[in-house]
Design a protein around this ligand. Structure first.
Ligand SMILES: Nc1nc2c(ncn2[C@@H]2O[C@H](COP(=O)(O)OP(=O)(O)OP(=O)(O)O)[C@@H](O)[C@H]2O)c(=O)[nH]1
Ligand SMILES: [Zn+2]
Length: 345
């Protein structure tokens, strides 16, 4: 079976990044699923399983973010004994990183090279404003274009009214309502997973992500694939893939890992997710205004004159606090590591 990688977003710039690794026993492919030490990769000749090369493992030992993850473009090497290894990860354009509270972890890359990150939130039970705001900040932080999808629109009599309220939480982000059950609105999402494009879904368990994937992909999501095993014998499996190909379209990335809520650790995503506050902050008297009790604060003034909902400022403060705590913890960790090295030398 011949696969067209361009359907998955392979383009001139990826081809030029690949060129320096190109050789007769190499091929480019996209990671459909990454497991410990092995990844499932689609290349032009189909789906294969590749183990990680020594240099990939070495790089990952220094920085876990270098491990291949779902959505990565990798360089495969086909060995004479039919082994296949993933030798390099091509530079990522966008990525979602999970910061864990784990002491030594610098963050794990959960998904890469998505064009759009959709925050998926059900209309019923009532959408959780704080979760939407946090996930949108993570979506902005990834570098991809955010989208907000309100699911289960059939469970309420006036989804449009809810959409309008929620739009306030998502400045600059398209907000769509869908009902997979009634097949309403699903077509608005299709272009985001059109040819060459990758859409990632971010949302809590039960938000309706799988239902949406099935609605877009039709069933079966992917035909049973021939897996070329390490021993070279073909074998049929239907392993669950995290990157799902859309017939006549691109791909949807729905990995269990990115479903949960991660920690924010940079101010960049926050600033973009709260563009309504960022814009006003530019007019505060002090550059480093915290929008608390400073004189000449344009943000507090906007709350006072009713043009900014007070809960937006409250959510912004809460998330900023989280980022400050996290970055203080990271600097303490770095300082600790440096001290440790000094003692050893
Ligand atoms: N009424 C209604 N129910 C829906 C709709 N979409 C999904 N559901 C239901 O919501 C429940 C959760 O949907 P899933 O698609 O499994 O949610 P998920 O986000 O994939 O959840 P996890 O797999 O746990 O992450 C299921 O019982 C679905 O049938 C919808 O449009 N309308
Ligand atoms: Zn201010």
């Amino acid at each position: 079976m011949k696969h067209e990688l361009s359907q998955l977003g392979w383009d001139e710039s990826l081809a030029s990044a690949y060129r320096r690794f190109d050789r007769s026993d190499a091929s480019p492919g996209r990671v459909l699923r990454a497991d410990r030490g092995v990844c499932t990769v689609l290349d032009e000749s189909g789906v294969t399983r590749a183990s990680l090369s020594g240099s990939v493992l070495l790089g990952a030992a220094r920085d876990p973010a270098q491990l291949p993850c779902t959505g990565d473009w990798v360089v495969l090497r086909h060995w004479p004994d039919r082994r296949i290894t993933a030798e390099h990860v091509l530079p990522r354009r966008t990525c979602l990183i999970r910061r864990t509270s784990d002491k030594d972890s610098t963050g794990q890359v959960l998904a890469a090279n998505m064009d759009t990150v959709a925050v998926v939130e059900p209309i019923h039970p009532e959408p959780d404003d704080a979760r939407i705001e946090r996930l949108l900040a993570l979506a902005w932080e990834s570098g991809a274009q955010p989208l907000l999808v309100l699911t289960k629109a059939d469970t309420t009599s006036d989804p449009e009214a809810i959409r309008e309220q929620i739009m306030e939480l998502a400045p600059g982000v398209p907000v769509v309502t869908v009902s997979a059950r009634l097949s309403l609105g699903v077509e608005q999402i299709r272009p985001y997973a059109g040819r060459g494009r990758t859409l990632a879904l971010l949302g809590r368990s039960g938000a309706g992500k799988s239902t949406l994937v099935n609605a877009l992909a039709g069933t079966p999501v992917m035909p049973v694939q021939q897996i070329r095993d390490a021993d070279g014998k073909g074998r049929h499996t239907t392993t669950y893939r995290n990157l799902v190909l859309i017939p006549d379209g691109g791909a949807i990335l729905d990995t269990p890992g990115i479903r949960g809520v991660g920690l924010l650790d940079t101010a960049e995503g926050l600033a973009r997710a709260f563009a309504d506050i960022t814009e006003r902050a530019a007019r505060c008297r002090f550059d480093d205004c915290r929008h608390e009790t400073e004189p000449g604060c344009a943000v507090v003034a906007a709350v006072a004159d009713g043009s900014l909902p007070p809960r937006r400022l409250a959510s912004w403060r809460k998330l900023r606090h989280e980022i400050e705590v996290e970055s203080a913890r990271q600097s303490a960790r770095l300082a600790g590591a440096a001290g440790h090295r000094r003692r050893r030398s």
